[in-house]
Design a protein. Structure first.
Length: 380
């Protein structure tokens, strides 16, 4: 009987994590938001590594041409044989002749991580010291450049990153992904902010400088590694600079065409995490409230235990999602995702288990092993 009660105590550990996540999120979003300094607007090179055509690609890129910012360029690195992307870029140049839009063809490098190889060339050929790096599925408002560059006025800030939400939530997969992003991924980000500070960056936006990148060897030094956004933030933080996480929200266009695509992308993230942060990956077990609650009911089957554990689990998960998505990110549409939280948690637990069985990752149509933190192509 003592062992059963001990297990009930262990099964309640995820609830402690949920409370920390709620506190961290509330504290983060309670901070006063400083408006950008109108006098600080250094010239910016907006860097875009592109491979393949994202949904709504033209409108995504056009949003960067509509910036309320005095001096910036847009530099894209694309594949020379990607006619669909070339057509979109040519349309962009024709419709925004007042903007400096430069195109580089190919990275000129041989690397496992093509995106990072492209970024290495983009940084080399950028005209300005301040760099804003963003994915090609990102869509932004006219104040974007002012917001994400503003913290760089502080010499202690080495990089800036921000949250992102989907442009639209149409399919069941979109709803499920949004539930996971808001209640799971962002919760982990904000707990990290509370406990240890932000020592990583989020891929959709990284604002930094050439000097901060050069301080760790630049993108060329990580061109054969996965998770470049995590690495860039970590390597800048290791130089003694802070990574600023803004409450500012940008948008990304969903590209999850099926539940399988969502499963595989999330699986890739977790396999990378297992290799790069093994203790953090293993520690995810103690954040899984749903399986622990079910296990508690199995060990001590009673109506009281079922009500206490499942009721507490769902209440805290909804409170986390509300605090982050609705109160913090000002996204009232996220109410629709609340009923999907248990389904996401069940899926996330299955993906976590599957990540221990996966020896390789699939990325951009190719398979790779991760050996000593580097991508190694799987030979047929």
């Amino acid at each position: 009987m003592t062992a059963a009660y001990l297990f009930l105590g262990i099964a309640a550990i995820p609830f402690i994590y949920y409370l920390i996540a709620i506190f961290s999120s509330w504290r983060y979003f309670k901070q006063p938001v400083k408006p950008p300094d109108a006098e600080f607007h250094p010239p910016v090179s907006n860097l875009k590594p592109i491979r393949g055509l994202d949904p709504e690609a033209y409108e995504n890129l056009a949003s960067f041409c509509r910036q309320d910012y005095p001096d910036y360029e847009i530099v894209l690195c694309i594949d020379s044989d990607d006619q669909e992307v070339i057509a979109v870029v040519e349309k962009l140049q024709a419709n925004f002749p007042q903007r400096s839009i430069r195109v580089l063809y190919g990275s000129g490098r041989v690397a496992a991580n093509d995106k990072v190889a492209k970024l290495a060339r983009l940084v080399e050929e950028a005209a300005h010291e301040v760099l804003v790096i963003s994915d090609s599925d990102v869509r932004v408002r006219p104040d974007y450049l002012r917001q994400v560059t503003a913290p760089l006025r502080d010499p202690k800030i080495g990089a800036v990153t921000c949250f992102y939400t989907p442009t639209a939530i149409n399919t069941f997969t979109d709803h499920l992904q949004t539930a996971g992003m808001t209640s799971d991924f962002y919760a982990g980000v904000l707990v990290a902010w509370q406990l240890d500070g932000i020592k990583f960056a989020l891929g959709p936006t990284i604002a930094t400088t050439r000097a901060r990148l050069a301080g760790f060897g630049g993108y060329a030094s990580i061109e054969n590694q996965p998770a470049d956004d995590l690495l860039v933030g970590r390597l800048i933080a290791e130089q003694g600079y802070a990574v600023a996480l803004l409450p500012y929200v940008i948008e990304t266009v969903p590209d999850y065409h099926s539940l399988r695509a969502l499963f595989l992308k999330r699986l890739r993230w977790l396999v990378v995490m297992r290799h790069m942060r093994p203790s953090g990956h293993l520690g995810l077990l103690l954040t899984q409230g749903l399986p622990w609650s079910i296990a508690a009911i199995v060990v001590h089957p009673s109506a009281a235990v079922a009500l206490a554990y499942l009721g507490t689990y769902y209440f805290l998960r909804v409170a986390m999602t509300w605090t982050i998505g609705i109160h913090g990110l000002k996204q009232p549409r996220f109410w629709k995702q609340m009923p999907l939280i248990p389904l996401w948690d069940a899926l996330a637990f299955c993906i976590w288990l599957a990540s221990f069985l996966r020896k390789s990752i699939r990325w951009r149509g190719a398979d790779y092993y991760i050996r000593e933190g580097k991508l190694v192509p799987v030979k047929d």
